[in-house]
Design a binder for this molecule. Structure first.
Ligand SMILES: CC(C)(COP(=O)(O)OP(=O)(O)OC[C@H]1O[C@@H](n2cnc3c(N)ncnc32)[C@H](O)[C@@H]1OP(=O)(O)O)[C@@H](O)C(=O)NCCC(=O)NCCS
Length: 154
């Protein structure tokens, strides 16, 4: 396990966030979308820093008074399986609790077995399948978790 410094993102992080996004997704979020998100403050971006580099990041939004929405989580390939996403998830869970949310939901590609496994291990449960959720026609699973998350494993 690698212990990361977790902090809020700012527009200064844009190049690194875009690099993580490009390394992690075939259809990365466009730069202007990330800038708009960070500047508007409707959603919260947090980053995991290892040795002065952004190793991963996560995005959380408040859907309503009771529920938060995990909009993204991504870790650079060379930093995976070292607990970085788990630390990011714990941090967005704290933000959602601060907002007063009792739960978190997300969507994940049906084909993304690594992410589905990560979420299941982290306390999320399958909710339903949404056909043709993504622009390429792939279906999504929605998954739900209660907050607070189970205690971080020792
Ligand atoms: C999914 C992702 C965020 C996981 O990041 P990570 O930092 O490697 O995750 P962690 O090290 O915290 O993993 C915690 C646990 O999740 C599970 N897990 C994580 N990656 C896994 C994989 N590739 N295969 C199976 N299980 C996995 C394991 O149980 C792992 O515990 P272990 O390493 O002790 O076995 C990362 O693979 C990623 O960035 N993928 C590309 C982007 C993406 O698909 N994001 C999700 C969008 S919905």
């Amino acid at each position: 396990m690698q212990i990361a410094d977790i902090d809020f993102c700012s527009v200064k992080d844009l190049n690194e966030l875009c690099a993580v996004e490009s390394a992690c997704f075939p259809a990365p979020w466009p730069r202007h979308v990330i800038v708009g998100d960070i500047e508007n403050g409707d959603v919260v971006y947090i980053k995991a820093i290892i040795m002065c580099r952004i190793a991963g990041y996560s995005v959380i939004a408040r859907s309503d008074e009771k529920e938060s929405h995990l909009m993204n989580i991504a870790v650079l390939p060379e930093f995976r399986r070292a607990g970085i996403a788990s630390q990011l998830l714990a941090a967005v869970g704290e933000i959602a609790l601060y907002w007063g949310c009792g739960g978190m939901r997300l969507e994940v590609r049906v084909s993304n077995a690594a992410a589905r496994n990560f979420y299941t291990k982290s306390g999320f449960k399958y909710d339903k399948t949404i056909n043709a959720y993504y622009s390429d026609g792939e279906a999504a699973w929605t998954m739900l978790a209660s907050l607070p998350f189970p205690k971080f494993p020792a």
